[in-house]
Design a protein around this ligand. Structure first.
Ligand code: NAP
Length: 261
């Protein structure tokens, strides 16, 4: 597993983490991922999977980097604080490594929400602040409202959905913000193959000796500031996903995939 720096924090996170939206795999697939170095686990108060994550990381808290999210309906100051406390309880830990604003909420002043996030940092309940589904302008507004650095933006990114390449990824690269690519398999490799012109993924998979899933995940992490968080309920899939790290697509292979969209 390759690791990259989270923002400019000096903390290293794996290129491939473990998503848990809709996760029903029990403790084993998550523990398999952790043992293979996929120590970043992504969850959210909205997913209903924080309890499952808590069970999987029992007795190995110090080996994992827990990322969870506060829902936009809880962006008022005191609600952010109690949402974090509830997440801590469900996860069975006394600190969150990364606490992310799940989606922007224009109905609540960002200053109010970020003041609560700052308080959580000061109180030692969260280590780092992240956002999710934020545009460049929204990151800038949130950054201006906090004394801490926003270290990550979690956005939808895969070979089937490259919208964030236009401005979000370059902005994040230039500002020291890590991009966490969600839905990196487009919820199923068939959805990626359906978007690419015939045979490109298969050709690159054959040339690299990797699977199509591994090519799709490795492609997401081509930019140095991007990590991917596929979700898998199966240990075999998780092993396959972890082997998407530790090697690189060649410029020719990247070119072939770029032309195929
Ligand atoms: P995804 O990771 O793109 O796709 C998940 C699907 O791919 C599952 O059906 C899974 O099946 C399958 N899969 C995984 N590994 C596979 C493999 N090696 N071979 C074949 N199939 C494989 O979709 P996602 O769950 O939407 O996104 C990943 C994570 O991103 C989420 O779990 C969540 O943590 C995060 N997310 C965040 C947001 C946000 O707003 N911030 C939104 C959506 C998602 P099995 O389970 O059977 O392995």
């Amino acid at each position: 597993m390759e690791y990259v720096e989270l923002g400019k924090t000096g903390v290293r996170i794996p290129e491939i983490g473990l998503g848990t939206w809709g996760y029903t795999g029990g403790v084993e697939p998550l523990q398999t991922g952790i043992s293979l170095g996929a120590s970043l686990i992504d969850t959210a108060e909205a997913y209903g999977t924080e309890g499952a994550v808590g069970e999987a990381i029992l007795h190995m808290r110090d080996r994992v980097f827990i990322a969870t999210k506060v829902s936009p309906s809880h962006f008022k100051h005191d609600e952010v604080i109690s949402a974090a406390e509830n997440s801590l309880k469900r996860l069975g830990t006394d600190y969150l490594d990364l606490y992310q604003l799940h989606w922007p909420n224009p109905a609540i002043p960002i200053e109010e929400t970020m003041a609560a996030m700052d308080q959580l940092v000061s109180d030692g309940k969260i280590r780092f602040i992240g956002v999710s589904n934020f545009s460049v302008a929204q990151i800038e507004e949130a950054q201006a409202a906090t004394e801490n650095k926003i270290v990550s933006n979690q956005v939808r990114y895969s070979l089937a959905d490259r919208a964030v390449e236009k401005d979000v990824i370059p902005y994040c690269r230039d500002s020291g913000v890590t991009v966490i690519a969600y839905t990196p398999l487009a919820r199923g490799i068939g959805n990626i193959k359906a978007k690419l012109s015939h045979g490109a993924l298969e050709t690159v998979a054959q040339a690299t000796g990797k699977t199509e899933v591994q090519v799709a995940l490795n492609w997401c992490t081509t930019e140095a500031n991007v990590v991917a968080i596929p979700k898998s309920d199966s240990s075999d899939h998780t092993r396959e996903n972890c082997d998407a790290s530790g090697w690189r697509l060649s410029p020719e292979q990247l070119g072939l995939l770029a032309e195929a969209r």
